[in-house]
Design a protein around this ligand. Structure first.
Ligand code: NAP
Length: 304
């Protein structure tokens, strides 16, 4: 089986990019879309993010055999409830949310009896809204699909082929494992970036203009991450609470160990740690998940 008509609910960065990617890489597939914000709907129509921008959520999904919810994680349940009455009997409902156990529960509750197969394209930028999307967002990025135990294997295979057609590499994973992995690779780094940028901003004795002027020394990269959408990230931390708190605890312990090495002058421990992390950076570049150039793709490649 393959999908012929895809409805996208939420036409921001992820929804817009999905709509543009379908048009670019699956030209025979029809796309419809809806967003709660009328201004976003108008902008989506002007940019042609989907073939048809509908006036209601129900109109958008009525003929779709695949519906992808591209709204903040905290809005998934509400978005699913809005489309429930108009779904086709053979529809597959998926999403792009950044945490998976919470979304799986919200969708199962709002859509009893519907085939729900959650997914998370690990691709994004710090930008949001209907002007942020681009067709190549998913190229060479991983899309993690977290099928429930009773999922129809043909539907899972069709969803995998869909994301592969948009340029992604697909991995199937248990939702709980996804949340743990993403807590360390994405959620914790965002929390650290939000903290560091906030700390610098609050520092007495260092002016804001100095923070901005001397930002090249590492701080600049944190500001890129800390510029990410506040609604999206509030929802990620609230919905993946347990895994994030567990990783935060581990991180705090490791930070305390580094703090001690600095205090007692244990240069070997610092050197060993920094050498280990350098190897991880090398592996990421070798895997094609980033580029050795310092400013790689900031404008046209996603990573989050
Ligand atoms: P975004 O650019 O802010 O787009 C989300 C859109 O959904 C906004 O236009 C929002 O409108 C709309 N919306 C909110 N509630 C809605 C509802 N109930 N029904 C219909 N539309 C609704 O955010 P995004 O970055 O695309 O993120 C969307 C999802 O992708 C999130 O679940 C996020 O976790 C996931 N994700 C994001 C990234 C990333 O890097 N950004 C990467 C991977 C996955 P308003 O602005 O008016 O609220």
């Amino acid at each position: 089986m393959s999908f012929r008509s895809v409805a996208i609910i939420g036409l921001g960065l992820l929804g817009g990019s999905t709509g543009l990617a379908v048009q670019a890489f699956l030209p025979d597939v029809q796309t419809t879309g809806w967003d709660a914000d009328p201004a976003t709907r108008a902008r989506a129509a002007t940019r042609g993010l989907v073939h048809t921008v509908c006036e209601t959520a129900e109109d958008a999904v009525r003929d779709a055999d695949l519906v992808i919810l591209c709204v903040p994680v905290g809005a998934m349940g509400e978005a699913a409830a809005a489309i429930a009455p108009a779904l086709r009997g053979d529809v597959v409902v998926s999403d792009v949310g950044s945490s998976k156990q919470f979304v799986a529960r919200a969708l199962a509750e709002a859509l009893p009896g519907v085939a729900v197969i959650p997914a998370h394209p690990v691709a994004g930028t710090e930008r949001s809204g209907p002007d942020a999307g681009f067709a190549n967002l998913f190229q060479q990025r991983w899309c993690i699909i977290t099928p429930p135990a009773d999922a129809d294997t043909r539907q899972v295979a069709a969803l995998s082929r869909f994301w592969e057609a948009l340029g992604a590499k697909v991995e199937l994973m248990d939702a709980q494992h996804h949340d743990l992995v993403l807590a360390v690779t994405s959620h914790l780094p965002h929390l650290i970036a939000y903290t560091i940028v906030g700390t610098a901003d609050d520092l007495e004795g260092v002016t804001q203009s100095e923070v901005i002027k001397y930002s090249a020394g590492g701080f600049r990269d944190f500001t890129r991450i800390a510029a990410s959408d506040p609604t999206m990230w509030r929802d990620v931390f609230l919905s993946n609470k347990d895994a994030v708190l567990e990783m935060l605890q581990r991180f705090t312990e490791d930070l305390t160990a580094l703090q001690r090495s600095i205090r007692v002058g244990d240069g070997q421990a610092l050197f060993d740690q920094f050498a280990r992390t350098r190897d991880i950076r090398r592996s990421i570049i070798e895997e094609g998940q980033d580029d050795a150039r310092p400013d790689f793709g900031r404008s046209d490649h996603g990573r989050d």
